[in-house]
Design a protein around this ligand. Structure first.
Ligand SMILES: *Cc1c(COP(=O)(O)O)cnc(C)c1O
Length: 363
């Protein structure tokens, strides 16, 4: 059994993917070839935004977003304490200060009530992360931001395609960033990402920033980066996006089976009634995690821990001198979480094997 199964996925889509790759190689338009624009159109239509802008990774997408929003040294940006490192990394990388906030135990996402307490004169914006494929409480975060004159940028790296009150992740905030890292819900065969926005000005700025700040060829209006989406990756993503909804439906069936079979055995993830997640991870909790992980390993079942160390405990942020235990939910959850195999090609027998092995471990 695989944790995710990109080999089976390739086996199924191989003719379509090879045809797309052939077309790019034949055209030799490797940089900003036609597949990039074609994919951007498909992403914008699927997400329900005016602008989808392909870029080189999810990290670049977040960074380009912050640059377009004018984040600078001295600014404070509110981020959850429990997420992948990149969310806060790019804030500090631009010289601003990540202000960590605790999460909700139910959803693993940023706690809106805790946000309000962390706003200061220096706060410029909020980066809610839609972790494990379920949207953060974006409506609530938007309301808090509006009341305090802040922007919101969703870190949608794990939630491409998820729904929140019937709208797509990526379409609910001023700007949003996603990742096409292979293991993400919509993954390519290398690095890739995208920025989403309905704001024409932000979109134009992001397009310049990702191409060395060029307004026209060899005219540089501002400092930027080389953050373009690779044409081959765009071509591959066109195929993956065509199969996306059927894959998500299959993953939802797996998640429902896990939730039914593991209820009462471990703490299964909560899905809020207005959310439809894309299950980037199926992450459960137990205070006997080592037992479960050891037993799964002995049965040859892969599992992982997302994430074992909260951001405020990372050495890279030791300079912020945050007190131990500052974020109790994030600390507790990081000790208890474990993620199970999750992909569209898992069988009922696979799910049964995972669940019975967890039950055995805790018996
Ligand atoms: C994967 C991820 C990123 C970074 O995306 P890359 O494409 O790997 O650069 C950022 N934030 C979160 C929450 C992620 O899961």
């Amino acid at each position: 059994m695989n944790f995710i199964d990109l080999q089976e996925q390739f086996r199924r889509y191989r003719p379509e993917i090879m045809a797309e790759i052939e077309e790019v190689l034949g055209s030799a338009q490797f940089i900003m070839g036609p597949a990039v624009g074609a994919l951007e159109g498909m992403l914008a239509a699927h997400t329900g935004v005016r602008h989808a802008i392909g870029c080189a990774s999810g990290t670049d997408a977040l960074m380009l977003g912050l640059m377009a929003l004018g984040v600078k040294a001295g600014d404070e940006i509110i981020v959850p304490d429990f997420t992948f490192f990149a969310t806060a990394e790019i804030v500090a990388f631009l010289g601003a200060t990540p202000v960590f906030v605790d999460i909700s135990e139910e959803t693993f996402n940023i706690d809106p009530l805790a946000i309000e307490k962390s706003i200061t004169r220096r706060t410029r914006g909020i980066i809610p992360v839609s972790l494990f494929g379920q949207c953060a409480e974006l409506e609530k975060v938007n309301a808090i931001a509006a009341a305090n004159g802040l922007w919101v940028m969703e870190d949608a790296a794990q939630s491409y395609g998820a729904l929140h009150w019937g709208k797509r992740s990526g379409s609910l905030t001023r700007i949003a960033a996603t990742s096409f890292f292979p293991a993400k819900p919509l993954g390519c065969y290398g690095e890739g990402g995208a920025v989403f926005t309905n704001d024409d000005g932000i979109a134009a700025t992001v397009r310049q920033l990702l191409n060395h700040g060029q307004s026209e060829r060899y005219k540089h209006a501002r400092l930027g980066i080389n953050g373009r989406l690779d044409t081959l990756q765009a071509a591959i993503l066109k195929v993956k996006l065509r199969h996306f909804e059927e894959e998500m439906a299959a993953k939802r069936r797996v998640a429902d089976a896990y939730r039914a079979k593991l209820a009462g055995v471990v703490k299964v993830p909560t899905v809020l009634p207005h959310n439809v997640p894309v299950w980037a991870q199926f992450t459960a909790r137990t205070d006997r995690r080592e037992k479960v992980l050891d037993h799964l390993k002995s049965r040859g079942i892969p599992a992982a821990v997302h994430y074992p160390i909260p951001l405020h405990r990372q050495e890279a942020f030791s300079c912020l001198e945050l007190p131990e235990g500052a974020f109790p939910v994030s600390c507790m959850v990081s000790q208890e979480v474990f993620s199970l195999p999750m992909h569209p090609f898992l069988t009922e027998a696979d799910v049964d094997a995972v669940c019975s092995s967890i039950a055995e471990a805790l018996r």
